[in-house]
Design a protein around this ligand. Sequence first.
Ligand code: GRF
Length: 209
Amino acid sequence: MRPLGAFSVDDPARLAVLISGRGSNMTALVAAENVAYRVVAVVSDAADADGLRRAAEMDVPTHALPASDREAALHDVLSGADVDLVAMAGFMRVLSPAFLARWPDRVLNIHPSLLPAFRGLDTHRRALEAGVLAHGCTAHLARPAIDDGPILGQALTAVRPGDDPAALGARVLALEHKLYPRAASAYASGSVRLEGGRVRGAPCLLSEL
Ligand code: GRF
């Protein structure tokens, strides 16, 4: 593994994307241009994930994890592909503290809320019920606690009168597709970095407000 922050468009980080389902964020990560990473593997815990088919169509190597010893298999895939950085994108498994310790500050996540609000599932419905005026998504470094960790970027949208979870969620998902490639690239290149446990540099902020 090469040092974080050392990568560029011309010398990109080798990125693995972890998925469980449709893989729209994975597709956005693969399709992004002028980024300081290159997607070298797409890994799913579900062999029938739609995202695996989409990745194969884009000529990205795919891997399905076994049901037992999943994390050991994942570690082997990442090591075998000489991965520098890992992006969870709708990966419905919690990575253990031991696994994260083997990939320190190398695992990113995207979450469909403005963290630290609305960790967990069903974020758009909960945001509407709470009456928030702004909602969005967060790209962050993964930590053992779910949807926790240093924030690399956030994207905001206003909650509109008449929004339901589907309409609000569609706007947030479109923002995820813009935010995640930018945040992953910024982290790979070092324009956003971790120093003494704090995020420094210029975190990615996108706003539709
Ligand atoms: C996204 O909303 C992501 O933020 C969340 O799960 C969803 C995955 O969607 N963690 P997709 O598989 O990337 O389309």
